[in-house]
Design a protein around this ligand. Structure first.
Ligand SMILES: Cc1cc2nc3c(=O)[nH]c(=O)nc-3n(C[C@H](O)[C@H](O)[C@H](O)COP(=O)(O)OP(=O)(O)OC[C@H]3O[C@@H](n4cnc5c(N)ncnc54)[C@H](O)[C@@H]3O)c2cc1C
Length: 427
């Protein structure tokens, strides 16, 4: 067994108790610090967070016999009960998760297993079922819904199944425009592998850098290009799954009308029905052209109406993103400008990629203008695109709510933010 800190084969380390690359960490600008009480109410100075070495965990509930059995499946180097490894797999990256990571006493999985292929995943599930051990699939660890919490339920222990060793491009069919990717392949790895063949996935959630293809599927991820290429669940045409009662291979052709679509059962299931080991997805040629345009609206409500018109008329931007008044005011979405410019209203970025850009842009611009939007050229939109995946995320659960709230409840984004902050304080 290994006692390493963090995870194997990780060339992009993420902070154990925070988000992003520690090398790029910067303090929050004073202007933003000054705005926080206005947005969130009274902000107390946080207590000093626990150091990694001082975190206390209960000893593993697994017996040496359990551990030997798992070692027999995945190899000694791929089973770990090291406290650092267990803590790294103790939860996701939402604000409540990160508040948990600041505590001295924490809960964590009893061990972390790293299977290297579908058969090893299958064997781990068989062992766990026979020994009454709960299993939590773990991709990039960027969950924001508490789905990686080490919940034992009725089982006597819980293990984290880290899937990052299942990485790579399994196959690519340029004729049907489909690729099969191993589930533990991260966003950047997937794009680099496909780019070698002139293709791309074009799926960019803000967690792109660390999240995995299996995680995109299990969490029905949505990304900045989803207006153009669809949410991840609409891109999936097949999956291979290991479940506690057997294997499934679903989706043999790009489209099928034969019976209920069982793939949908697994998309968004957060790993509760089984472990996805391969994902077949639609891919497209890397676009040659890209055009940016930024817009401003007098209010978030006016901007929402503009975006609704664009969505309902399917006018064709690849990216369309609305910032609320607070995010616009501190340029929070643009990493280089945070806190430097205090803009009014609500800003929108649009990006067009691929074919027929002039026509799609003209249709979209007409709708945005009719809803009260004013174009401010390409500058801000291009800046946003460059910084999108590295911009700070102030309350990650809010960004997920953003995708799910009904339009009528989205007119007061500040209220969602405060509710989220209150939940974080309670946890
Ligand atoms: C800063 C930040 C920004 C984010 N931005 C976005 C965004 O723009 N859009 C968006 O949709 N989400 C976003 N998220 C949420 C999260 O990144 C996504 O849900 C992502 O798809 C999770 O992928 P992952 O590989 O990290 O999965 P994990 O976090 O490791 O797991 C997520 C869930 O899927 C299960 N799971 C993981 N892999 C598998 C598998 N192979 N088989 C079965 N179950 C599995 C886990 O058990 C868990 O329930 C963001 C999160 C953060 C922290």
């Amino acid at each position: 067994m290994t006692a390493e800190n963090g995870r194997a084969n990780d060339d992009q380390p993420m902070r154990w108790n925070g988000w992003g690359d520690p090398e790029r960490a910067k303090p929050l600008p004073r202007a933003v610090q000054a705005l926080l009480p206005l947005l969130l109410g009274r902000v107390r100075k946080p207590a000093t967070p626990a150091e990694l070495a001082s975190v206390q965990l209960k000893p593993t509930a697994l017996s040496s016999e359990d551990l030997q059995a798992f070692c027999g499946v995945v190899g000694d180097d791929n089973v770990s009960t090291a406290p650092e490894t267990r803590i790294y797999h103790a939860g996701g990256r939402s604000t409540p998760d990160l508040l948990q990571r600041r505590k001295v006493e924490q809960d964590a999985p009893d061990a972390v297993m790293r299977p290297g292929n579908h058969e090893e995943v299958r064997a781990c599930l068989d062992l766990a079922a026979a020994r009454k051990i709960a299993v939590i699939p773990f991709g990039g660890g960027t969950s924001v819904v508490g789905a990686l919490d080490p919940v034992r339920g009725a089982q006597r222990a819980v293990v984290s199944l880290d899937l990052r060793r299942l990485s790579g491009l399994v196959s690519l069919d340029p004729v049907s425009g489909e690729a099969v990717l191993a589930a533990g392949t991260t966003g950047p790895e997937a794009e680099a592998l496909l780019a070698e063949h002139g293709f791309e996935l074009g799926h960019y959630p803000q967690s792109f850098r660390y999240a995995t293809v299996g995680g995109f599927a299990a969490a029905r991820s949505s990304g900045q290009n989803s207006a153009g290429y669809g949410r991840f669940d609409t891109m999936v045409t097949g999956i291979r799954v290991a479940t506690p009662t057997g294997d499934l291979e679903l989706g043999r052709s790009p489209g099928s009308a034969a019976g209920p679509d069982l793939i949908r059962v697994f998309l968004g299931s957060e790993g509760i029905f089984g472990v996805i080991t391969e994902v077949k997805v639609r891919v497209h040629p890397v676009p040659q052209d890209r055009v940016f345009e930024a817009w401003s609206f007098p209010s978030f409500a006016a901007g929402s109406e503009g975006l609704r018109q664009v969505a309902q008329h399917a006018s064709g931007p690849t990216v369309i993103r609305l910032s609320d008044e607070a995010e616009t005011a501190v340029s929070l979405a643009q990493v280089g400008k945070i806190g430097k410019a205090l803009a009014k209203g609500a800003s929108v970025v649009t990006v067009y990629e691929g074919e027929g850009i002039a026509l799609r842009r003209a249709r979209t611009s007409e709708l945005l203008r009719a809803a009260g939007g004013t174009s401010s050229g390409e500058g801000d939109a291009a800046d946003w695109m460059r910084g999108a995946s590295t911009a700070p995320i102030c309350a990650t659960r809010c960004s997920t709510l953003e995708f799910s709230a009904r339009p009528s409840r989205r007119q007061q984004p500040g209220r969602i933010c405060r509710n989220c902050a209150a939940r974080s304080r309670r946890r």
